[in-house]
Design a binder for this molecule. Structure first.
Ligand SMILES: Nc1ncnc2c1ncn2[C@@H]1O[C@H](COP(=O)(O)OP(=O)(O)OP(=O)(O)O)[C@@H](O)[C@H]1O
Ligand SMILES: [Mg+2]
Length: 341
């Protein structure tokens, strides 16, 4: 039996690449004929002690892993299966949108996941554009380390890395018919990213360190169900347009309200306190994307709560992105294609 090096399975696509390195998922977007092809992996890992016998099985089952310091690092969705079997939590290389300070191996795990998703470029120096979070309001420089480390990894794979603010990626992907003027919001796992763009210039970018993971953790605290179970219920059964029926769903409603309230208050505070806001003549749209924006009724809830917030710009509509889980990667691909010219 032969070993299967990480990267061999990646599909042979060529041209510029868009990449979203999120707290929950890593998503790659590339052109495939006239369509955009997206592939994803879970941004997670699980370790097990090495052994020759186990290695044969891992290879046989085409499980993605690498070896280091007598440990197998099982990566991506495969790690999820192992964590379920052992009934322990997955480990994550990232926390709240950036490399986790608690995981020394974080960048190597991300590199291994990237190599399993992206082939080396056919043309050396091909452009790869990746999304980076905006800094939290009171924490300038919070994403500098993360961005530099990811750039190095991508550079070592033979690509020319270009970073793009995650909120701006939403604008590029969704607001072409609005002259790239509006507010793009990515409501993800670790954080919400916000960008106000005027004619494709990111005028305001920032993030708040709460999103889907925060909701899961708070519901766990409130009603005593494990966060993983809460997450599953949230993704499968939550409908924010209907009155809640049980304890978990009621708690989910409460923390969605809180998240949207904090998001709107931050928007009010940041937009009102900046002197950069251009005098925009027409009302501008808000686009919501990311997994946390997906439950039925989320956009409507956001729009209703927006009525109680006074912003110095008028909002024309609140819309859900066409493909909320892949919007950042698609926006990054648009940027990479433009830079490639
Ligand atoms: N259908 C759904 N309903 C509600 N929540 C969902 C749904 N699908 C995914 N989520 C939640 O969305 C979050 C993940 O979203 P996403 O994949 O956009 O995040 P990410 O880009 O990996 O993270 P971040 O941008 O914060 O770094 C998780 O909290 C997940 O539970
Ligand atoms: Mg994201």
């Amino acid at each position: 039996m032969r070993e299967k090096p990480i990267g061999e399975g990646a599909e042979a696509l060529k041209g510029p690449v868009g990449l979203d390195i999120g707290t929950s998922h890593i998503i790659v977007a590339q052109n495939k004929g006239r369509d955009i092809n997206t592939t994803k992996e879970l941004d997670a890992f699980f370790t097990l002690p090495t052994g020759k016998f186990a290695k044969q099985i891992l290879n046989q089952k085409e499980i993605k892993y690498y070896e280091s310091d007598d440990l197998f690092y099982i990566i991506g969705y495969s790690a999820q299966n192992f964590a379920n079997m052992f009934n322990v939590n997955l480990r994550r290389p990232m926390n709240r949108g950036v490399l986790s300070s608690n995981e020394n191996e974080g960048i190597r795990v991300i590199e291994a996941i990237l190599k399993s998703l992206i082939q080396k470029p056919r043309d050396f120096g091909e452009i790869l554009c990746f999304g980076v979070p905006g800094d939290p309001i009171d924490e300038p420089g919070a994403s500098v380390y993360h961005e530099s480390m990811i750039k190095r990894s991508i550079g070592s794979m033979g690509y020319t890395p270009i970073s793009l603010n995650e909120g701006m990626a939403i604008v590029l992907s969704e607001l072409s018919e609005d002259d790239f003027t509006g507010i793009g919001i990515s409501m993800g796992g670790g954080m919400c990213n916000i960008c106000l763009s005027y004619l494709s210039f990111p005028v305001i970018t920032y993030s708040i360190p709460m999103a889907g993971d925060y909701i899961d953790a708070m519901v766990e605290k409130a009603v005593g169900e494990p966060a993983t179970k809460v997450k599953a219920i949230k993704e499968e059964a939550l409908d924010l347009s209907k009155g809640p029926k049980d304890r978990v769903i009621t708690a989910l409603h409460i923390f969605y309200d809180e998240l949207i309230f904090k998001l709107l208050k931050s928007l009010q505070r940041v937009i009102s306190s900046t002197d950069k806001i251009p005098k925009i003549a027409n009302p501008i749209p808000i686009i919501l994307s990311g997994g946390t924006a997906m439950p039925n009724g989320c956009v409507e809830k956001f729009a209703t709560m927006l009525k109680d917030v006074s912003l110095p710009v008028e909002i024309s509509a609140v819309r859900l992105a066409e493909d909320p889980l892949n919007t950042t990667a698609k926006g990054a691909l648009i940027m990479a294609m433009t830079e490639t010219g």
